[in-house]
Write a protein that binds this ligand. Structure first.
Ligand code: SF4
Ligand code: SF4
Length: 58
């Protein structure tokens, strides 16, 4: 499983960070850090991203 964020699409709006139920996403300067050790692969971040920058693969 993995959560992939496309650096070229992401606008660092922070929307995904706010909706992650596990707090697995963090906005760090100009990048989104993913803590895959706590991610439950729910796909909410994938659905909420306004620019389709996140791909969650189970
Ligand atoms: S919701 Fe999408 S555009 Fe916004 S910070 Fe997350 S990955 Fe980037
Ligand atoms: S798939 Fe779910 S748990 Fe994993 S980073 Fe996205 S919102 Fe958080």
């Amino acid at each position: 499983m993995s959560v992939n964020i496309n650096r070229y699409k992401c606008g660092y709006c922070g929307a995904c960070v706010g909706v992650c139920p596990k707090g697995a996403l963090e906005l760090v300067e100009t990048w989104i850090e993913v803590d895959e050790s706590i991610c439950i692969v729910c796909g909410i971040c994938d659905r909420i991203c306004p620019v389709g920058a996140i791909e969650v693969m189970k």
